[in-house]
Design a protein around this ligand. Structure first.
Ligand code: HEM
Length: 138
């Protein structure tokens, strides 16, 4: 069972009655499983005829889910030059990096606010003190 399908072959199977998905460059016929999917049919239909690797891995499916996949195997994906790139490689680093980056950005922003706020408060305190001294003399 090593049928090769191109990306455009797969994209023709995107309806509920005829649904192929690509996961890790393997092509699966999910038609019989759509109604049974614990995550709902909607998410499967969303990735019908497309590369579902990222969506599938994002959820952290169990080994049991992977066994079901084995039973749905149709063949392997043969990528052409103009086809979308595999989503597998970029998936974990880009995700964790972006969230870490956001957290660091927020931390630096908070520091800046505290520093600027502190400087302003100190300036205002000095200004008021000077003003008060002036008033006492008059
Ligand atoms: C043909 C491919 C797929 C198979 C065989 C499959 C199978 C399963 C199975 C067996 C479960 C039960 C929990 C587990 O064992 O991990 C599950 C849950 C789930 N699946 Fe999939 N899945 C597929 C594709 C997808 C895709 C593409 C998405 C897109 C986001 C998705 C989203 C979910 C979600 C959100 C749950 C959790 C449901 C819950 O716990 O309430 N699945 N899937």
């Amino acid at each position: 069972m090593s049928k090769e399908l191109s990306y455009s072959d797969v994209s023709e199977h995107s309806s509920k009655k005829d649904l192929y998905v690509v996961i890790h460059d393997k092509v699966y016929n999910a038609t019989s499983f759509v109604d049974e999917h614990p995550g709902g049919e909607e998410v499967l239909l969303d990735v019908g005829g497309q590369d579902a690797t990222e969506a599938f891995e994002d959820v952290g499916h169990s080994d049991e889910a992977r066994e079901i996949l084995d039973g749905l195997l149709v063949g392997t994906l043969k990528r052409g030059p103009g086809d979308p790139k595999p989503k597998t490689q970029s998936y974990p680093p880009s995700h964790s990096n972006s969230s870490q980056g956001d957290a660091a950005g927020f931390g630096i922003g908070l520091y800046a606010i505290i520093l600027v706020g502190g400087a302003l408060a100190f300036g205002a305190y000095k200004y008021l003190q000077a003003n008060q001294e002036g008033q006492v003399k008059v």
